[in-house]
Design a protein around this ligand. Structure first.
Ligand code: IPE
Ligand code: IPE
Ligand code: MG
Length: 239
């Protein structure tokens, strides 16, 4: 760990857009799927590093609602990787006292993947260390749409009143209910956009963009982001 990191405030919740797997592979003349495979290794290491550093929540964007637009071959390869890493992740989570939570609409996945995701959550639910949130088939607009639909249904059923709707009530209908808002967003591979990620939750999140391609992301890169975060003056609209 960097010497001066000891004095630093570790953000409570780090959100990650792990981007650049394809570019990492292209640079090496490899198929894109090899980049995704290497990217999974970087996710595993980041979970272990975050747990060790005392980060309480780590949310990673694994697959967006828009990523279904990719070729059938790439989507198929990503699904196979999910199958493989769900099992590995169960071991890593158990070894590191990590609780796993999924956000996103899992109903679009194959039955065995849904079962695997359910199992990951249920078997790690009593772990008390890092909470590792995985966003799969996640899109903020989809999440908000699903939340509004359920809230409207509850209004029709007389369980909620439109006049009682507050920001806190809406938060309770989002997939992230009970999870604090991210303090720091890290996006790898240099793109300057949110790509439909946690739009409600990141209203006041500090944004850190690095040119590092996701498979190259490591402890040193995570520390660099946290050092940069410590130099920010968080204001939340006040003076
Ligand atoms: C991120 O890497 C992984 C997923 C979106 C699943 P990309 O696949 O987007 O890699 P680039 O952006 O094409 O380099
Ligand atoms: C965002 O990356 C989604 C994930 C990392 C899962 P993309 O590569 O899909 O985003 P865009 O298309 O560059 O905005
Ligand atoms: Mg990308």
């Amino acid at each position: 760990m960097a010497e001066n990191l000891g004095k630093m405030v570790v953000p409570r919740h780090v959100a990650l857009i792990l981007d650049g797997n394809g570019r990492w592979a292209r640079k090496r003349g490899l198929p894109r799927t090899m980049g995704h495979k290497e990217g999974c290794v970087a996710v595993e290491k980041t979970v272990e590093n975050a747990a060790r550093m005392g980060i309480e929540y780590l949310t990673v964007y694994g697959f967006s609602t828009e990523n279904w637009k990719r070729s059938e071959e790439e989507v198929g390869a990503l699904m196979q990787l999910f199958r493989f890493y769900m099992v590995r992740l169960l071991k890593i989570a158990s070894a590191n006292n990590v609780r796993v939570i999924m956000i996103g609409d899992r109903t679009r996945f194959a039955q065995d993947i849904i079962r695997g995701l359910d199992r990951l959550e249920s078997e790690t639910k009593d772990n008390t260390g890092l909470t590792f949130v995985i966003a799969v088939n996640y899109g903020s607009r989809d999440e908000i749409t699903r939340a509004v639909r359920r809230l409207a249904e509850d209004c029709v059923a007389g369980k909620q009143k439109p006049g009682d709707i507050t920001e806190t009530l809406i938060e309770g209908y989002l997939d992230t209910a009970g999870i604090p808002d991210p303090d720091l967003l890290i996006r790898t591979s240099g793109e300057l956009r949110l790509s439909n990620y946690l739009l409600w939750q990141m209203a006041y999140t500090e944004i850190y963009i690095t040119d590092c391609l996701w498979p190259d992301f490591n402890q040193e890169e995570l520390e660099k982001a946290i050092l940069a975060y410590n130099k920010r003056n968080r204001r939340f609209g006040g003076v």
